[in-house]
Design a protein around this ligand. Structure first.
Ligand code: SAH
Length: 245
């Protein structure tokens, strides 16, 4: 049966360029050859976060694995706006959702943050990264956001880069509307901070209000779940200062 031309996009780590050959990782080879039944001569699209997007021809798809060769550049490398998402890890499936959605929404970096009321004890960084990669493959992104090791809120704020604005999503309702905060402060590097199901502790609010780069914002009169709040805040950023304009 004939397959549609190069619908499949794969993220790889190897360098890409004209005639560059890539041996696909075992899981990707399995997906392509066994699950999708692609054969030598058919095409895929590749990106690695550095060299744009390439059309690549399958040179070999067999028991020894799958090798592909870049034949044509389809897009030059671009980056999403300089936006980070800092989020307190919540339940596993909802944390996975956050990683996937943050990638679709166009973040450069995801940083899991342990706050006082964070319930989750561990974060599986590799798992979050796998979700981000899958989302990037699906939504046409040319890079995958970096997924950082989890850090405590205290540490994060102690080392905060002063030029990066922090949109502190404050469920108390005391903050200014998020859109006014964004448009008032204007373009530049930004980060969004979303708390855990238990919200922020009083001393965390105090610490945040002492940080010059931080602005406490409201996402409306209803308390949103953390995963919803993350998508909502990222939407407002992209629509006001980001790449939705
Ligand atoms: N348990 C808390 C709610 C936490 S909601 C309470 O009942 O008050 C999880 C996170 O989502 C919050 O820490 C905040 O970062 C974000 N959030 C949810 N609703 C919000 C809103 N209306 N405005 C700003 N941030 C909100």
């Amino acid at each position: 049966m004939a397959h549609p031309p190069a619908k499949i996009r794969l993220h790889v780590r190897d360098p890409l360029g004209l005639d560059a050959e890539v041996a696909l990782a075992r899981d990707q080879a399995h997906y392509l050859a066994t699950v999708m039944r692609r054969e030598a001569g058919e095409s895929v699209r590749l990106f690695n976060g550095r060299d744009g997007e390439w059309l690549a021809e399958i040179v070999e798809a067999g028991r020894k694995g799958v090798r592909v060769r870049c034949v044509e550049v389809l897009a030059t490398q671009t980056e999403p706006p300089d936006l980070w998402l800092l989020f307190a890890p919540i339940k596993k499936a909802r944390t996975d959702f956050i990683a996937e959605k943050a990638c679709e929404m166009g973040c450069r970096r995801l940083i899991p943050v342990f706050t006082r009321f964070t319930n989750a004890e561990r974060v599986n960084r590799a798992r979050l990264e796998a979700h981000a990669i899958e989302a990037a493959e699906q939504c046409g992104l040319l890079s995958v956001p970096e997924v950082e090791e989890p850090v405590s809120l205290e540490r994060l704020l102690a080392d905060w880069p002063s030029e990066r604005r922090l949109l502190f999503c404050d469920e108390s309702g005391a903050g200014v509307p998020a859109v006014s905060a964004l448009t008032t402060a204007g373009a530049g590097p930004w980060a969004v901070l979303i708390g855990p199901e238990g919200g922020f502790a009083p001393e965390e609010r105090t610490r945040l209000s002492a940080l010059n780069a931080a602005v406490a914002v409201s996402l409306g009169p209803r308390i949103l779940r953390a995963d919803t709040a993350a998508v909502a805040a990222l939407t407002l950023f992209q629509a006001t200062l980001g790449d939705w304009r």
